[in-house]
Write a protein that binds this ligand. Structure first.
Ligand SMILES: [Mg+2]
Ligand SMILES: [Zn+2]
Length: 187
């Protein structure tokens, strides 16, 4: 299998998550190794798409405009070593709304796949949350769990629900594993 696309959760993967929510541009803290990982994957011809739940918008804690500004800041930081994030998608709805786009729903992945002509069978997902694990399972794609953000709770969730995952220290380590797949060094 050749990986063409890496889906990325945002909070807890690209930037430090906040126990509440990331609500201000000045609170964006890009995590170590992220710019280098994005550069390496870009150089290998792999596209990256952010898929994020932003329930704070639905709660009225965050306007769409500020949400977009925070995405731009995260992406600028992630691209600061010369790599490129292809696009980003987010669900602004409340958990209770039962929309199809909030992870573990797969609506945003399907939209991204249509918009960018992505074969989901050639993609993987890197995340820290149980919604990330659930989405990867529903899509039938490999899940890389970073030891950041909500990872401990998510590891338990994966064990309880028998969701396969690969535990990695951060996005840079995930990128190394993904690149090994494309180099045929693992299956
Ligand atoms: Mg997260
Ligand atoms: Zn939604």
């Amino acid at each position: 299998m050749e990986i063409s696309t890496v889906f990325l959760d945002r909070d807890g993967v690209l930037n430090a998550d906040d126990p509440g929510y990331v609500l201000r541009e000045e609170d964006v803290q890009v995590l170590p190794g992220v710019p280098e990982a994005v550069k390496r994957l870009t150089d290998a011809g792999i596209g990256m798409i952010i898929v994020s739940n932003q329930q704070a918008v639905g709660k009225g804690l965050l306007s769409m405009e500020r949400a977009e500004a925070i995405f731009r800041k995260v992406i600028a930081g992630a691209e600061s070593a010369g790599g490129r994030i292809t696009d980003y998608y987010y669900c602004p709805h409340l958990r209770e709304s039962n929309c199809t786009c909030r992870k573990p729903g797969t609506g945003l992945f399907e939209k991204a796949a249509g918009d960018h002509d992505i074969a989901l069978s050639e993609s993987v997902f890197v995340g820290d949350g149980s919604g990330d694990a659930g989405a990867a399972e529903q899509l039938g794609i490999p899940f890389y769990l970073v030891r950041q953000g909500w990872w401990e709770r998510t590891r338990e969730f994966c064990e309880d629900h028998q969701i396969p995952y690969t535990l990695v220290s951060n996005l840079f380590a995930a990128a190394e594993e993904i690149l090994k797949i494309n180099q045929g060094k693992t299956t």
